[in-house]
Design a protein around this ligand. Structure first.
Ligand code: MLT
Length: 269
């Protein structure tokens, strides 16, 4: 791998931790909840031979954990544009977001579509929460603050991975456990509220002109294949990829297959 660094980039009113690796087309990698840039650890060595991979931690997550205050998904997307500008990324960008990172990717595209050359939406959905979903998120937010992080994350792990993961990729399972417990309770709370208030992109997607890859895991119960299909069908220029032996964390569960999927999509642009 040519170049691989972890740096803090100074934005207008905060600094952002980011892993930056490789050479080539800029590829912004946006992590899910309650994770951080390490979600992409297994994929970056495979993608960085052809792409300049930029994998930041969102506000409050990972190495930005000292900043847990209120944010919206639009704020997270704006931070990413500021980061791209500070890194002097001039070429059109590829953006790839997983789950909550996918929600941020949609806002990111919506803010400056003319600077995007392709989008990879993985293990995510375009619809907003209904009233019950929003209430459930508010309950998670207050439980995290009241009872601590493990009270809300311990039940998540089994849903994130395919049943084979504990035997096949125990190190990745441990890494995810670590990322979840490293996330401050206040970040969990703000992220849940931000997701509860997120916009519905179902209709907005049909106005997108850029190519999009809709990627999912066959065994994902959080964003199941029919949800991936729903997104795919709204888009004008979409390719759908469903990977077997994967649940919600496809890039970490199947790094090689995921990297090949990205290559296949980008080479077809
Ligand atoms: C994620 O993986 O980022 C979350 O499951 C997204 C969500 O809670 O909607």
């Amino acid at each position: 791998m040519a170049f691989d660094d972890r740096i803090r980039v100074k934005l207008r009113d905060r600094s952002v931790f980011t892993r930056i690796a490789g050479v080539g087309r800029p590829l912004l990698l946006l992590h899910g909840y309650p994770l951080d840039h390490r979600l992409w650890d297994a994929t970056i060595p495979l993608l960085s031979q052809e792409y300049l991979c930029i994998a930041p931690d969102f506000r409050g997550f990972g190495n930005n954990a000292e900043e847990p205050y209120s944010f919206s998904l639009q704020d997270l997307a704006r931070d990413c544009w500021e980061l791209a500008d500070c890194l002097q990324v001039r070429q059109p960008l590829l953006v790839c977001g997983l789950s909550m990172g996918g929600y941020v990717a949609m806002e990111f595209v919506d803010q400056l579509p003319e600077r995007i050359c392709g989008v990879i939406l993985t293990n995510t959905r375009c619809n907003a929460d209904d009233v019950n979903g929003q209430a459930a998120r508010r309950e998670i937010a207050s439980r995290a603050l009241r009872e601590g992080v493990s009270s809300v994350v311990s039940s998540m792990l089994n849903k994130l991975f395919h049943a084979s993961a504990q035997n096949r990729i125990p190190v990745a399972v441990k890494l995810v456990q670590q990322m979840m417990t490293d996330t401050p309770a206040s970040t969990i709370a703000w992220a849940q509220l931000a997701m509860a208030n997120r916009r519905d992109f179902t209709d907005l997607l049909s106005s997108w002109d850029m190519p999009v890859a809709c990627v999912g895991g066959i065994s994902d119960t959080i964003c199941p294949p029919e949800i991936i299909d729903q997104m795919h069908r709204r888009l004008k220029h979409s390719q759908k990829y469903l990977l077997a032996e994967s649940a919600h964390l496809t890039p970490l569960e199947l790094p090689r297959a995921f990297a090949e999927t990205v290559q296949q999509f980008v080479h077809g642009l």
